[in-house]
Design a protein around this ligand. Sequence first.
Ligand code: GDP
Ligand code: IMO
Ligand code: MG
Length: 426
Amino acid sequence: MTVTAVVGAQWGDEGKGRIIDYLAQQADVVIRFQGGDNAGHTVVNDYGKHALHLIPSGIFNPDTQNIIGTGCVVNPQSLLAEMETLAAAGVSLDNLWISHRAQMVMPYHPLLDELEERARGKDTIGTTKRGIGPAYSDKAARHGLRMGDLLHPEWLESRLDQALRTVNRKIEILGGEPVRGEAMFELLMDYRQRLGERIIDTTPLLREHLARGSRILLEGQLGVMRDLDWGIYPYVTSSNPTAAYAPSGAGLPPHCLDRVIGVVKAYSTAVGDGPFPTELQDEEGRRLREIGQEYGATTGRPRRCGWFDGVAIAYAAWLNGMTGLAITKLDVLDQFETVKICVGYRLPDGEVVRDRMPDTPLLYEVTPVYETWEGWLSDTSGCRAWEELPERARAYIERIGNLAGVPVAYVSVGPAREQMFAVARG
Ligand code: GDP
Ligand code: IMO
Ligand code: MG
């Protein structure tokens, strides 16, 4: 049996979707354990190019069970749209399931997200406006609706009624138009009809898989630096993308986690606001963005780009208990004469921090301490094994593994499924 969590080790968009797609060729079950349709997990394989938002990235293997787990917030409207796109591309949805305990993103949540961002004035978070924060807030405030509520119309109606009493007051305070319950109930009945048979109690299924020794992947959304507790609060998402939450959000006992793969880009990117110590606002940053095509898979926003951050990876590796790293987008650095790695943050008082993450206000004031590496200046996109990589690229990757204190298990050199390989250890 192996249960493997695959988590983002930076600010999101590390390439988690493509790693899951690759690993899912050998997986019996893939479970998304947190987040919602704020995710944009890009997968490029025989079915074409797909940006997945809610559906687990194991969906392209027809033998894999794909579960949207309890820790997720599900927007039925966007799930149905995603299902339609995949079905049109010939992808089977027979093995797609939704935990009945997963929260529902209601039509008023994106509206609240928008109104809350507006109310923040110039101090925005830069959310994806998918209603993720408001949906998790309602979950914690205990007037959230769950996917399983769709299966119990009377219960659903009274839950909706209760939720709207608070929600509408909030909408009005923030200057929006209150929403009406009757029309919304009808919409929910439509979702019940179209999604009802996929909404299940995942526990019996997962107990059986664990007993059978199945291979299970837990798919994280975003990355540790946007974790609600461990990220750059308040510029974070409203759930926990770190591995400790993976079993809970997926619906498995914690001791069953065997491996944690941290997905990490060969440089850094972030989308949304907040401090980003290695950000490059110059020509090199623009080059990284253009060569790496760093534009959001969900919102299309240009991503902020910078050099690799060794302080963040050390923090991410320890906090997640990583057992291996998957390094993506190495090929993007192929044309750079020199590449840099941040190995410390210099605080205003001169202290250099390497093994902890300073709190958010301090992060605005740190100066990165860089190592400069000679670039390898050759095309890696055709490499299919560790030995085929240029020596300088291997040294760069080894340095990343060394800063993380974790072996490099996989390397990717292009977006397609075949442009990735496992690093064999002699
Ligand atoms: P995720 O949210 O972590 O799944 O990552 P995204 O899909 O948002 O962003 C990763 C982007 O990089 C996508 O456009 C991928 O197709 C692309 N990508 C992934 N791995 C590689 C790689 O090794 N090389 C290149 N050039 N692109 C990659
Ligand atoms: P994947 O799974 C990159 C960022 C937003 C914002 C903050 C909070 O594709 O890596 P939210 O809408 O969650 O309330 O926004 O988090 N963010 C992401 N950044 N990739 C994502 O997902 C993201 N999901 C949210 O830009 O800064
Ligand atoms: Mg993404």
